[in-house]
Design a protein around this ligand. Structure first.
Ligand SMILES: NC(=O)c1ccc[n+]([C@@H]2O[C@H](COP(=O)([O-])OP(=O)(O)OC[C@H]3O[C@@H](n4cnc5c(N)ncnc54)[C@H](OP(=O)(O)O)[C@@H]3O)[C@@H](O)[C@H]2O)c1
Length: 335
């Protein structure tokens, strides 16, 4: 089969299409012939060596396809099943946090930028019937992260106001859909007026351009909605202080990313006086993935696809993701 391989960290040019041996399922595993894979910001961090993983590697956490081989002892999954892949490996039994063996598909484990993948049978779930292959592949990592962040960690409820930072991002677009479907009012930020317009078309109630607002973006958010927000979805990291400032008293800031940097300096007082909760989260458990798939079955939104490229053009997709030009998910068609 063909797969995108990287043997060293570097720019998009380190992602090379190669011929590699077909995977064979071990006990408890299945082989999925992939129809599509999708990018996450994590893939850029892996490619650049920011996230340290053993090389050579086939990157990629997201994928959907058809089960083409089944290992010994697998029950409940058969050849021909149309599946979507859960990229949380070995989450464990504790719903509060992943266990010590937790890993994310696509480093250290071989990922989805390939024609086929071998994966534990426990990590394949029926493809949501109403999603196309490209939409299904776009769902897992970002959809699950947004689901756990808002539903499990922030415990949003109808009528609350949710602020989503950087709406062009993959997780952010899922957060918008999930919060709107839960009956929340959603305000978003972006570096681009065009992305704000696209978010409005998806149901965002208000938008602030964080580039033109500068350091005053939290005040601009409060002004446009007439007060502080109940929940902030912050994947940026360097924005924590601003997210806390944007909160109404008792607000919750749910955090899972460091796109803007991995180190934060901020004042203690706005957190204590504002009674603000800072809630860390990471992807999600198999139980939460099931909840997400049920939501997809019963709700009407679909993952936002920025663009689709052939598997061989993974490097071009990385360039676009890294430059932050995208709105939603970049998808690779695996054939
Ligand atoms: N811990 C976990 O389990 C987990 C899971 C998923 C993602 N993450 C992390 O979450 C982050 C987002 O992931 P992703 O895949 O959704 O990334 P992505 O698609 O590349 O989106 C990144 C977005 O961040 C926004 N952004 C950058 N700087 C900003 C700033 N100063 N203020 C507001 N927004 C800003 C931009 O939005 P605009 O284009 O609209 O300006 C950009 O499109 C990454 O750091 C990723 O590693 C963590």
């Amino acid at each position: 089969m063909q797969a995108i391989r990287m043997s060293e960290p570097g720019g998009p040019e380190v992602l090379i299409l190669e011929q590699v041996p077909d995977p064979v399922p071990g006990p408890g595993e299945v082989v999925v012939t992939l129809r599509a894979a999708a990018l996450n910001r994590r893939d850029v961090f892996v490619r650049k060596g920011v996230a340290k993983v053993p090389l050579p590697l086939t990157p990629g956490s997201d994928g959907a396809g058809i089960v083409s081989a089944v290992g010994q002892g697998v029950t409940g999954v058969s050849e021909g099943d149309e599946v979507v892949i859960l990229p949380s490996l070995a989450w464990g039994d504790d719903q509060r946090a992943p266990g010590p063996g937790f890993r994310i598909l696509g480093g250290p484990d071989q990922g989805t930028y390939a024609e086929q993948i071998v994966i534990p049978a426990a990590n394949v779930f029926p493809r949501p019937a109403r999603l196309s292959w490209h939409e299904a592949a776009a769902l897992p990592l970002a959809g699950l992260t947004a689901w756990r962040a808002l539903s499990t960690r922030a415990r949003m409820h109808p009528g609350e106001t949710v602020l989503v930072l950087g709406i062009g991002g993959g997780v952010a677009t899922f957060a918008l859909h999930i919060a709107k479907a839960a009956g929340c009012r959603v305000v978003v930020t972006s570096s681009s007026d065009e992305k704000l317009e696209r978010a409005a078309a998806l149901g965002a109630d208000a938008g602030i351009n964080y580039r033109t607002a500068g350091d005053d973006w939290p005040a601009a958010v409060k002004e446009v909605i007439g007060g502080g927000v109940d929940v902030v979805v912050d994947s940026v990291g360097s924005t924590w202080a601003g997210s806390i400032d944007a909160c109404a008293p008792g607000g919750r800031v749910v955090v899972f990313g460091g796109t803007g940097g991995g180190k934060v300096e901020m004042m203690v007082r706005p957190v204590t006086m504002g009674q603000v909760s800072l809630l860390g989260t990471t992807m999600g458990s198999p139980a939460e993935f099931r909840q997400l798939l049920e939501a997809v079955d019963t709700q009407s939104w679909v993952p936002v696809i920025d663009s689709v490229r052939p598997l061989a053009d993974a490097a071009a997709a990385h360039e676009r993701e890294e430059a932050g030009l995208h709105f939603g998910k970049l998808v690779l068609d695996c054939g």
